[in-house]
Each structure stands twice: as structure tokens, then as C-alpha cells.
Design a protein around this ligand. Structure first.
Ligand SMILES: [Zn+2]
Length: 168
């Protein structure tokens, strides 16, 4: 199998080779407010084949999150990120484990019991807390918080849609 964006061999369990995957990842990690204010859209942020798998609904959600950030609506942007995160994680568990959980907490708990790597569980857990803060408006988000959250969620999206489904 070859990488979906170049001719090199792809990584195991991934549609891309190491170089292309990390290139896509660093585009998200280096995402700045300047780029967002330049009317950045989902199609400039994710590789084409990833977007094809994401589907229109998710693409619209990402674009809406970017527009909230563009307009300085930090709490709204974090709510959008949280919603994307929740849907992604549920989708991931359903696709890879054929299980569905109503709550995000149950999803994370399940992944932990399945031996999912600790550093990812910690990331999910911190996103879950951010999600609660955003939903219950217990905390007023600033620019750095909301961009940080969006980046984490976009990274998760990239990881999910560039990896091949694995049934455990
Ligand atoms: Zn490649």
C-alpha cells in the first residue's frame, strides 16, 4: 500500500506515510489566529482524502468553529470544538469497537479499560473537562484557550480519519 498523498509506503494502520502524516499534523499544531483571520477553511487545514472521509457535516462543523475563532467568540468556539470532540470520540468507539455510549465519560472509561495509551486518555480527559466548562459556562474562555482546544480536537479528527478502521 502506498501513501494517499505521495508514492512512499504508508505507515501501518495509517493511510499516509510518516512524512505526509506529520506534515498534516504540524499544519494543525502550528495553526495561528493570523491564519484563521485570513479566512482559513477546513479544506486548507486537512488533507483532501481525510476530508473525503470526514463528510460534509463534520466539515461544516470545523468551518463554523473556525468562523467563531475568527470573530473572537471564544466560548462559542470552544463549544463547537467540544461538540466535534464528542461526536468524533463516539464515532471512533463505534467504528473500532462496535460499541455505542451515551456519555463521553463512558466512552473514555471504555477506551481506558481497552488499554488505550495513557497519554491519549489524559488528552481526552482534559478535553472532556474543557467541554463541561464550555457547556456549563463555568469559565470564560480566552483566545489562547479556544485555539488550544480547537487544535487538540482537529488533531484528534486528523488521527481518526487518517487511520484505518481497526476492529479489536
Ligand atoms: Zn506520503
Amino acid at each position: 500500500m502506498t501513501c494517499e498523498s505521495c508514492e512512499r509506503d504508508n505507515l501501518e494502520k495509517c493511510y499516509f506515510c510518516r512524512e505526509c502524516y506529520f506534515q498534516a499534523l504540524s499544519r494543525i499544531q502550528n495553526l495561528s489566529i493570523v491564519q484563521i483571520r485570513n479566512n482559513l477553511t477546513c479544506d486548507e487545514l486537512f488533507p483532501e482524502t481525510v476530508q473525503t472521509r470526514m463528510g460534509d457535516y463534520l466539515i461544516n462543523e470545523v468551518n463554523e468553529c473556525l468562523r467563531c475563532l475568527d470573530n473572537g467568540l471564544w466560548t462559542a468556539a470552544t463549544c463547537m470544538s467540544a461538540r466535534i470532540f464528542e461526536n468524533q470520540l463516539k464515532y471512533y468507539v463505534r467504528r473500532n469497537y462496535n460499541r455505542y455510549f451515551e456519555s463521553i465519560f463512558a466512552c473514555i472509561d471504555f477506551l481506558e479499560r481497552m488499554g488505550y495509551p495513557d497519554y491519549n486518555i489524559e488528552k481526552f480527559d482534559s478535553l472532556r473537562r474543557l467541554r463541561n466548562d464550555a457547556m456549563h459556562a463555568t469559565y470564560e474562555f480566552n483566545q489562547d484557550d479556544s485555539i488550544y482546544t480547537a487544535k487538540l480536537v482537529f488533531q484528534l479528527t486528523l488521527t481518526i480519519f487518517s487511520s484505518k478502521p481497526q476492529l479489536y
